[in-house]
Write a protein that binds this ligand. Structure first.
Ligand SMILES: NC(=O)c1ccc[n+]([C@@H]2O[C@H](COP(=O)([O-])OP(=O)(O)OC[C@H]3O[C@@H](n4cnc5c(N)ncnc54)[C@H](OP(=O)(O)O)[C@@H]3O)[C@@H](O)[C@H]2O)c1
Length: 375
């Protein structure tokens, strides 16, 4: 017999289908189970503001004569959705048990439907695969609570904290399983960012790919390039981010003093760019970049390096969440590129720390992730 965890896992997979089309709604998957069999399902999509729970109930188009279970990755709430009320839909269908994964992020609504469901004699069980379901909406929840995009960084390092050799080689510090986990997280971020040197050294594609390397989709791809050093005719023709089928999702983030002729080249190649006035360090002012993401409703950006970009983010205290993958390898070379550089740290108290930390293992590699707390 299938357990609640197995059904919740299926609901999680459904929720993932909504990636990219959920707009600013939380990712949510929902299953209706009658006599141990899934009879209806739905997920959040189209940014329509529709509830996946109500969609799944409506899709079934009949009552559950002898009751049934409803699995949802996200707690039902008494909020009025564009397609109605979740409590009414659950009650009308004759659902006898609601099993949910994570609590609703917004405290205004959290718990609101549970009381009503109890009153209607619908049993509720919460917290099934809670952490997995919370991960689905890490970005959404941050956006809801802070009214700002979640700025996260990912690094893959050796045991001695290096992200590339002194010659700039970083493929591959971590193994395949760790890299697949990065793919999972990319699915949750509407934007990914890299520095100009990473673009030139690695020529990444920053798409979402499955195990077989097949493209599943593409987030916005930001290239931080203050002086437009990566913008040359040849690069625009050959580098993936400038020439692949998703090139319309590439945005070069640059400064107003970059060469005018390079802006012209970008235009000719139909590559978008965002121009900022440089800050006192001759960098893109991150607060303005974050504001622009907010205005464009980009709820999260994952910065994937390199060292210079991550260092400037840290200096501005702009990184709020960190994914650090660590391989059991040592370069032992002072001139290899360090992951976190440029700070002056005179006492342990001045260290940047992680909070709400998760430790996970991927083959031989270890991953530590959590919210960044600045001293
Ligand atoms: N293992 C890993 O996780 C990992 C991940 C990514 C990359 N890497 C490796 O890291 C190396 C590249 O790192 P890197 O430190 O040399 O270079 P980088 O950070 O990729 O790129 C540096 C360039 O990005 C631009 N930039 C960075 N921050 C900026 C800001 N705030 N505003 C405007 N422009 C900004 C600068 O352009 P301007 O100078 O024109 O202003 C700078 O020259 C490569 O070898 C790559 O393989 C490793």
């Amino acid at each position: 017999m299938k357990t609640n965890e197995i059904f919740m896992n299926e609901a999680y997979d459904l929720a993932l289908k909504g990636w990219g089309s959920n707009g600013l709604e939380p990712l949510q998957g929902c299953l209706i189970v009658e006599n141990g069999i899934v009879v209806s399902s739905a997920w959040t999509a189209d940014g329509s503001g529709d509830s996946a729970i109500i969609k799944a109930c409506e899709k079934l188009g009949r009552k559950l004569d002898h009751g049934g279970k409803l699995f949802t990755t996200l707690e039902p709430v008494s909020r009025v959705y564009s397609n109605g009320s979740e409590v009414d839909a659950i009650h009308d269908l004759n659902v006898t048990q609601v099993i949910f994964g994570s609590p609703y992020p917004d405290s205004q609504y959290r718990g609101s439907a549970l009381k009503n469901l109890k009153f209607l004699k619908v049993k509720t069980i919460g917290g099934v695969l809670k952490n997995l379901c919370l991960d689905l909406n890490l970005i959404h929840n941050y956006w809801k609570i802070n009214n700002a995009p979640l700025i996260a960084a990912k690094v893959a390092t050796t045991l001695d904290g290096k992200i590339a050799t002194r010659t700039g080689k970083s493929k591959w510090i971590t193994g395949e399983q760790a890299r697949l986990d990065v793919m999972k997280w990319r699915q949750f971020f509407p934007g990914i960012a890299i520095g100009a040197k990473t673009l030139l050294e690695d020529n990444p594609s920053l798409t979402i790919r499955n195990k077989n390397g097949q493209d599943l989709g593409c987030p916005y791809r930001f290239i931080f390039d203050g002086s437009l050093s990566s913008v040359h005719e040849e690069n625009l023709r050959s580098l993936n981010l400038f020439s692949d089928p998703f090139k319309h999702k590439t945005i070069v983030v640059t400064l107003n003093h970059a060469e005018k002729s390079k802006f012209k080249l970008l235009k000719q190649h139909a590559i978008s760019y965002w121009v900022f006035q440089s800050d006192e360090n001759n960098q893109v002012p991150f607060n303005e970049f974050i504001n622009k993401c907010f205005q464009q409703k980009i709820s999260g950006v994952l910065f994937e390096g390199g060292a210079k970009l991550i260092a400037s983010l840290l200096e501005m205290k702009a990184i709020q969440y960190l994914y650090s993958y660590r391989a059991p390898k040592i370069f032992g070379d002072d001139q290899a590129l360090g992951a976190f550089v440029g700070r002056e740290c005179l006492s342990v108290n001045q260290a940047i720390e992680l909070e709400a930390v998760h430790h996970e293992f991927f083959g031989k590699d270890q991953m530590i992730r959590g919210f960044v707390k600045y001293p």
